[in-house]
Ligand binder design. Structure first.
Ligand SMILES: Cc1cc2nc3c(=O)[nH]c(=O)nc-3n(C[C@H](O)[C@H](O)[C@H](O)COP(=O)(O)O)c2cc1C
Length: 178
């Protein structure tokens, strides 16, 4: 089993990355920081004679890591009550791969959310719903979600214990990834 953590924050030493790293302690994994990548917006070329896709940025490299993983942990800060633009653009770009016949079927996806303004009630349902439906559409298995309340860098690292939903998700991953 190969596990990949995707940090959807725009800042270094993010709470999103810290949340993922704490979730995955003891579980071998690789980490990808979207803030370090150059990623262009999705361009829908279906009604043109252009091929679907954009080779001028880092998408192919990022997607190669995604493709190699069985279990993917998406971790996002809440931006305006939704996922970060960085993560949304990466997910939008999956359409390029899908259009070229790449199968997502069977991959296992987890979702971590970090926000400052009551994210459990104000953001988690929206983000979870869109990721769950995308999993269904692409025939990936949604493994679960966990949410942390945090704002300043270091807030998640300082939490004495992981939130209960993260502990539950960690248990599932520990049992199923080794
Ligand atoms: C552009 C922007 C928009 C934000 N919008 C929200 C929001 O709508 N709801 C919320 O709970 N927190 C919001 N926040 C706060 C972040 O979610 C919070 O600081 C989080 O810990 C950042 O995680 P990170 O360190 O992984 O980037 C926003 C932060 C930024 C920079």
């Amino acid at each position: 089993m190969t596990t990949l953590l995707i940090d959807g924050s725009s800042r270094p030493h993010s709470n999103s990355a810290a949340f993922g790293e704490r979730l995955l302690v003891g579980i071998p994994h690789q980490t990808l920081h979207l803030a370090d990548a150059h990623l262009n917006f999705e361009r829908d070329t279906r009604e043109t004679d252009q091929p679907q896709g954009d080779a001028s940025d880092d998408y192919a490299q990022l997607f190669a890591q995604f493709q190699a993983a069985d279990t993917i942990v998406l971790s996002t800060p809440v931006y305006w009550y939704n996922m970060s633009g960085q993560l949304k653009v990466f997910i939008d770009r999956w359409f390029d791969s899908f259009s070229h016949g790449v199968s997502f079927a069977g991959k296992r996806l987890c979702l971590l959310i970090v926000g400052a303004d009551d994210p459990v009630h104000k953001a988690q349902p929206i983000i979870e719903q869109s990721v769950k439906l995308s999993c269904d559409w692409l025939k990936m298995t949604f493994m679960g979600t966990a949410t942390a309340v945090a704002d300043l860098p270091g807030d998640v690292a300082k939490l004495p214990v992981l939130p209960a939903d993260a502990q539950k998700l960690r248990q599932i991953l520990t049992l199923t990834t080794n």
